[in-house]
Design a protein around this ligand. Structure first.
Ligand SMILES: Cc1cc2nc3c(=O)[nH]c(=O)nc-3n(C[C@H](O)[C@H](O)[C@H](O)COP(=O)(O)O)c2cc1C
Length: 236
């Protein structure tokens, strides 16, 4: 299984330890090949809001040198893992800024067909609050990239570092992760047989109608045309 991990922070804290346990459990279920990015180290820039990715193509983004390898790794993965501790009831700023850079490949712009048969997993830890909102922010990106099947793990660790998480709690987290790793492995192995998510199919139909009338962004429209999606081809 090819896995691409985006770490939403650089610390080897609770979130990283959960991600590491997940890798260990996944490797028990079969061979894994992992590509990891750690933020903000591997993509330190804020989106400038220049619209160049939308209007002129993603390779014209001023930060394309950092963003393109991440997109290539997402494209190559069977499983995408997004991780973040909760900061101010949401994802870390560094993860959010990567999400901003990837809006060009949302279903509402230029959906990437390589995303359509992937499994995504979001993983977050917090002291206690904000996990639901943080999960939603991460899941939204997977959803709007068109990822086929999504899972989430969220753990309230009530600690500032992994070493402070009580052993009983660590054992519970390990059990959660083991169960999740089994589910994810089964899903990756069966992905071709799973139905397309209803939301994705609905968005495709809505956006197809929009793209037919699109006079505001030829780059987006050309993408839909070149895939044959405006002349009857269906991606899923
Ligand atoms: C800047 C900052 C903001 C945080 N905001 C929240 C928060 O809103 N809610 C919460 O429950 N925990 C919050 N925490 C605690 C962390 O989410 C929690 O300790 C998490 O497990 C840390 O992950 P890490 O060990 O991987 O760094 C915050 C921590 C930091 C450093």
């Amino acid at each position: 299984m090819k896995i691409t991990v985006i770490n939403g922070n650089t610390r080897h804290g609770s979130t990283w330890h959960c991600m590491d346990l997940l890798k260990q459990e996944l490797s028990r279920n079969g061979k894994i090949e992992v590509t990891e990015f750690t933020l903000p180290r591997d993509m330190p820039h804020f989106c400038l809001g220049c619209f160049s990715c939308f209007l002129n193509g993603e390779h014209t983004c001023p930060h394309s040198e950092q963003v393109s390898p991440i997109v290539a790794a997402l494209e190559a993965a069977d499983l995408i893992v997004l991780t973040s501790p909760v900061y101010a009831l949401d994802v870390t700023g560094q993860l959010k800024t990567l999400f901003d850079h990837l809006c060009f490949m949302w279903l509402s712009h230029r959906p990437n067909p390589k995303m359509f048969n992937k499994v995504g997993l979001t993983l977050s830890t917090s002291a206690g609050a904000g996990l639901t909102h943080t999960r939603k922010t991460m899941q939204n990106s997977l959803k709007f990239w068109g990822v086929k099947k999504r899972f989430s793990l969220k753990e309230a660790v009530a600690a500032m570092k992994w070493e402070e998480v009580p052993l009983e709690k660590q054992a519970k987290i390990k059990r959660d992760i083991k169960i999740m790793a089994k589910k994810v492995t089964k899903t990756v192995n069966n992905i071709d047989h799973l139905p397309s998510p209803v939301f994705r199919s609905f968005m495709f139909v809505v956006m197809k109608q929009m793209m037919k009338k699109n006079t505001w962004n030829p780059t987006d429209k050309n993408h839909w045309e070149s895939q044959g999606w405006l002349s009857g081809n269906k991606p899923f």
